[in-house]
Design a protein around this ligand. Structure first.
Ligand code: 3HC
Length: 311
């Protein structure tokens, strides 16, 4: 019976029929989705911290408003994604507890510090750029609620990327010191952005199965190559040089060749030993504790509304 159910399930996947919450699905499919969607949600919430650091220091009111809107969007993305995880039977409390206990991952990229205003530009341009490259294919993911959450998230993400690139453009057209600040930010964010798209395919434990289940539509290395091919001309336009002397256009392949990535740094950051890992989890724990009264008040209000509705 299970074999038939699995066969029918895979036939739906192969026919691009969306899997919905009430459909039968293999436990392993459910688990892998809760793993990926919850870590995606954690990434959005932790991702608010590096940018939040510049909310009170933005160079103009306009920049502050745009950054505020972006940080608010990230919170909303986290909300959609925790809700998508809940449709698979996951408990939001348990997911958040796993994050606070250091048992759940979030994107490696958010463990790096935002040292200057140019970092806010580099994050929008490169980090949201890489996020978009990874999230657009997720709009075609086989699990309905995740694919639908992605559609709205991608619309907001493209605004994030454009505002970041515009910050870099403004700096590069500014004083020599501003241009140096933009180059310094590119130097520090370039390689971690390439790592964001995941380990090399040969070291990826989930890619094969995720591709069979059409959760992942392209491999990590394919999306990384797409990211490099897109970002190098954008850096050229800024007259900034990515920190990779091996970057070279290959007429034959129609792609840029690039240097070796330091995967030791990637796995070290994943193990919790990046520049800001401890600080990020501390900040999340503190925000969660300080926000307890708001959650309790909202639940009490909801219960009162429900009693009133029952009459
Ligand atoms: N940071 C942290 N962990 C990572 C990672 C990264 N950049 N890349 C891979 N990993 C982890 C995986 O989670 C997996 O660990 P696990 O088994 O404990 O979950 C392990 O490394 C092996 O990697 P795989 O490639 O085999 O894992 P996946 O098939 O899950 O691929 C992924 C990794 C491409 C990140 C995939 O999980 C994915 O597409 N996730 C959804 C998108 C996402 O989470 N993006 C993060 C950024 S969100 C963002 O930037 C929002 C922006 O608005 C700020």
């Amino acid at each position: 019976a299970i074999a038939e159910l699995e066969q029918a399930f895979q036939a739906k996947i192969d026919a691009d029929i969306k899997i919905e919450p009430k459909d039968w699905m293999p436990q392993a499919y459910r688990q892998s989705l809760v793993r990926q969607i919850s870590q995606h949600a954690h990434s959005e919430i932790v991702g608010m911290l590096p940018e939040g650091n510049w909310l009170t220091r933005a160079p103009s009111l306009g920049r502050k408003l745009i950054l505020l809107a972006k940080v608010q969007d990230e919170a909303g993305h986290g909300l959609y994604l925790y809700s998508a995880a809940e449709t698979l039977g996951a408990s939001r409390e348990a997911l958040i507890e796993a994050l606070h206990a250091g048992k759940a991952k979030y994107s490696s990229i958010f463990n790096y510090p935002t040292l200057t205003w140019a970092d806010v530009g580099a994050i929008g341009w490169l980090v949201d750029g890489a996020a978009l490259i990874n999230q657009i294919p997720l709009c075609r993911c086989s699990y309905g609620p995740y694919a639908r959450a992605m559609r709205r998230i991608c619309k907001e993400e493209s605004f994030h990327q454009r505002q970041g690139y515009e910050i870099m453009l403004t700096l590069c057209r500014g004083t020599a010191a501003q241009k140096r600040m933009a180059q310094d930010a590119l130097n520090r964010w370039w390689w971690p952005s390439l790592m964001m798209l995941g380990p090399p395919d040969a070291e990826s434990s989930h890619t094969q199965q995720s591709m069979r289940w059409k959760i992942k539509r392209h491999t990590n290395d394919a999306l990384r190559q797409k990211f490099v091919d897109q970002s190098v001309p954008q850096a050229d336009y800024l007259r900034l040089a990515p920190p990779d002397p091996k970057l070279k256009w290959n007429e034959q392949t129609g792609h840029y060749e690039f240097g070796a990535i330091d995967w030791n740094e990637f796995w070290r950051v994943l193990k919790g030993d990046g520049p800001c890992n401890r600080e990020r989890i501390e900040a999340r724990r503190r925000a969660y504790d300080e926000g307890r009264w708001i959650r309790e008040a909202a639940l009490a209000f909801g219960a009162k509304q429900a009693r009133r509705a029952r009459g």
